[in-house]
Design a protein around this ligand. Sequence first.
Ligand code: 13P
Ligand code: SF4
Length: 321
Amino acid sequence: MNSLSEQIRQLCKEKNAIIMAHYYQRPEIQDVADFVGDSLALAQVAAKTNADIIVMCGVHFMAETAKILCPDKKVLIPEPAAGCSLADSCKAEDLAAWKAEHPDHLVVSYVNTSAAVKALTDVVVTSSNALKIVKQLPTDKPILFGPDQNLGGYINSMTGRKMDLWNGGCHVHARFSVEAILSLKQQYPDTKVLAHPECKAIVLQNADVIGSTQALLNYAKTHPEQKRFIVATESGILHEMQKSCPDVEFIPVPPEMTERIGMCCAQPVANQCGCNECEYMRMNTLQKLYNCLRDEINEIFVAEAVAKDAIKPIQRMLEMS
Ligand code: 13P
Ligand code: SF4
C-alpha cells in the first residue's frame, strides 16, 4: 500500500489537480503540495494554473480568492471550517457602513477578508505588496484600510500616510511576547529578529526585518552569514526555513504567557513547547486532503454577483504588485 502522500500525488495526476499550500500548513501538507507560498504567491499561481482542480491548503479566504480568479475551475479546501479571526473581524455590512461615512475615501483591504468585503474594496493587498501598492495610490485621496490594524499602522509609519484603520487583528500575530523577544535578544545579541507586519507595533519596533512569510524566508536564505534567527510569525514557516537553511537555528517567539494556555499546537492544553500556531491553518490534515481530493468534496463557491465585483480589486492588486 502506498503512503497517503503517494496516493495524494497519484490522485493529482489522474485528476489534473494542483495542491497549493500556505507556509503555515502542517509540514506533511507542505511536503506533498505542488506549490507552497505566501498569500500573494498563492493568488498569483492560482491565476495562472492550467489544472482542472485546485486544492487550497490554507484558510477559507485563500480558497475563495482562488475561486474568484478561476471561476471555471473546481476549488476545494480540505477543511471548510478553516476560517481566519482577522477576516472574521470585518463583516461586509460593517465595512459598507464605514464606507458610507467616508464617501470620498479609497478602500484598501487586506487579502484576509471575505469575498463580500473584497467586493466593496478598491484595491486588495497582501503583506508582500501592501507597502508598494499604498505608495502608488494618489496622495490627495484619503484611505480606509482594513481589517488589520497592525499592518495598517506599519504602512502608515513607513509612508507617512494617515490611513483610517479598521480595528481588527490576527489573534496569532497579536500575542507574541515582546518580553520574550527582548530576553532572546539579550541571550543571542547578534541575532536578527524576523517579524510579520501583523505583529503589534512594539514587536515590529524590536524587529530587524519586517515582511511577509515569503520575505522573511528570502531574508534567511540570502543571509548565510547569520547562523540563528528569532522568528515572530506563525511557526509553520519554520519548516520551510529549516529545509532551506539546514545549518541555521530558527527560534520561534512564544506567545505571551497569559495567552498561551489552551492555544498551543491547536490542543486545548497548557502550552509547554512555546510555539505559536494558527489553529485554523492546522485544521487541514493529510487525511482530509486525501479525502477531499478523492471525493471532490468541500468545493468553494462564490456568488456570481459578489465575484464580479470582488475580482476587480484582486486584479488591480496583481497588476500593481
Ligand atoms: P502572508 O501569507 O502574506 O505572509 O500572510 C500571513 C497570514 O497571516 C496568512 O493568513
Ligand atoms: Fe488568519 Fe492569523 Fe490564522 Fe493568518 S495566522 S489565517 S491571519 S488567524
